[in-house]
Design a protein around this ligand. Sequence first.
Ligand code: BGC
Length: 806
Amino acid sequence: MKYQDIIEKMTIEEKAAFLSGKGEWQTREFKRLGIPSIFCSDGPHGIRKQAGAGDHLGLNASLPATCFPTAATIANSWDPELGEKLGETLGEEAMAQGVNVLLGPGLNIKRSPLCGRNFEYFSEDPYLAGKMAASYVRGIQSQGVFACPKHFAVNSQELRRMAMNSVLDERTLREIYLTGFEIAVKEGNAKTIMSAYNEVNGTYANENKHLLNDILRKDWGFDGIVITDWGASNDHALGVAAGSNLEMPNPGLDSARELIAAVESGKISIKDVDARVDELLDAVMTLYVNAQGKKDDFDKAAHHTIARKAAAESTVLLKNEENILPLKPGTKVAVIGDFAFVPRYQGAGSSMVNPTKIETVSELTGNYDIQVVGSCRGYSRTGEEDAAITKEALDVAARADVVLFFFGLNEDSESEGMDRNHMRIPQNQINLLQELGKVNSNLIGIISAGSAIEMPWHHYFKALLHCYLNGQAGAGAVLDILTGGVNPSGKLSETIPRRHEDTPAFRYYPSQERTSEYRESLYVGYRYYETAGVPVLYPFGFGLSYTTFEYSDLSVNDEGATFTVKNTGERDGAEVVQLYVKLKNAKVFRPEKELKGFTKVFLKAGESKAVTIPFDDKTFRYWNVRTDKWEVEGGKYEIIIGASSADLRLFGEIEKAATTDKLPYDPALLPSYYSGKIQNVDNGEFEQLLGRSIPDGHWSGMLTSNDAICQLYYAKSGLARFAYRRLTAMKKKADDSGKPDLNILFIYNMPFRAMAKMTGGAVSMDMVDGIVKLVNGHFFGGLGQVISGYFRNSKLNKQYEKKIES
Ligand code: BGC
């Protein structure tokens, strides 16, 4: 052990207390031992350091920081160099604000477009997500701050996120849900990782030895610390034994007492505790030293400029008929849409940043060579129809050469803590669009939305620009692109399907009652649409430019693929070139093709460059559930170079020898998986894939401390059911007002145990058990346990505090 000397001096009480947080954001310090405290902060696209009252839902204000585009946006740049630059900038701001661990990036896979946090995640593809995450991690950590990739793992839904069991087969786990984390750990050298709220195959992520020990620490060589998501610890002793270090935010000393009891009873060994303490000490000491003598400010204007460049590089041009864009100098434009006045530039929840400044399109148009004939809000953000503002918009549109229509999802549609239940934008925006089409045929749409939306209205537009959520400097970036100062180079990091019904997890998402069954297996995003032959609106990897690129001269050898890209247009520009791998007639089922490499090439007009995309350990591998190893199937692989997953330009081949003759599946038993038609997988076939029976996901019997508060519906106690009805009514009122209340949503979806895990020691697990008894109908027994538990807890807390005072 590296810190043997300190560990030898620590009492068991100090060790146990060290392994959990002391407040919303900090770890405990021990002056006697020279152990300082470290500070954690969200978030992935800007620092959310709360100087006053802390919360993990983005409710209370934080210090001003640069609000960069969110991960879903930056992934469209397909540019790890940009990711690294953003990471450095985030790291610098974190350091300036005294933040030691930055709680991000988030890289959960976009299993369904409905996940409320998709705006915070990179992609539907693990390779792209992993490469982008690794780049952030490298950048953040270059500044002496630790990055914390999250949420590890299989955390792709918000509904009952703290009480959900993700059920999936081992191959899907490895290939789709872990590969991104593997890249972030191995290539980014992440020093911390956040364990997710949910269970993975029946064991909480934070207690999951398979995830934390066998895979993360042993297979990937992770030597940092595992931090629980806020309130994600269930049994801290099991967490510690599995490889988790720090229970956050503030479970109080009850959790430390449980840890000591677990050592005393032999449930876990002191060796495990010491190992976790040693890893945490290493992090804390390193971070403390890193922070000495660092600047306590940063250049706000320079960081704003970086945010603008990042937004510009990540904007996707989906459509450009008649080359209507870029706008000719002096074009008469109508600027219509509320988002041009109050931009939609970030999502809600723990990632919410208090920006240093915000620019709006309506303020900036004067800086460009266009003639604005009028600008107006056009629609109400909250969805109501308003004849007067519609009329105003139509009048303005009729006077212009082109209409710039700013629209998309409003703030209330996408947030941590809730999933969407459809993929539509508000109907009043579509209605206005239809009317606008009648008075002006030159409509240019500028979309703000953090995740994929249905676009049945896309034919109204001659040009369509998808900005996702582009941060505080997004307005300038959009105008730069519209007027041609910047040539768009973003490409979609997720598929835009035609309809929600077409999405692979349509029937399985969000979840059953207790379980979320990943029946679609590997077929997420383009892996599904292409294999099952489902047409999409805009494919994965798609995006236009104001110039054109030609691909030629592919050669493939054992090291990788080399080819030439030429800019054949009249403008300088950048092209994202993608390498896909395909194996025809594979014996082991697999998607039609998979992304295994990409690069972004900047080319002056007329310039050509030779590009090499190297192969790596992930290019040909698949997880074999029979040998329990990564293997390569033998055969002739197609190496395809594309401008998107659907625009394939060059084809090569390479032969690979099999690494095993033990094949894992019998095709006759897995017909849906062999055809890719996985929207209706029956129980028998899913069980074949899982290799075990499907756990019962229904709520039944007595409530337990791990059931969510919304399950009070099933409570035996009338009082508890009354509390449920009150809470549901409050939630409904907030939802109906168009402004979901994150606090209520959190409480609604949180398990009973969180009362003990997030209240700084005021509530013990003993008291939670009393509450659970009470709701299960044992009123007096439960109440008695709560009251006696309260006094016992206060007394034990005081005694413990004395022992660790230094
Ligand atoms: C979120 C995390 C976040 C944490 C702290 C949790 O609710 O899931 O992503 O880092 O809160 O704010």
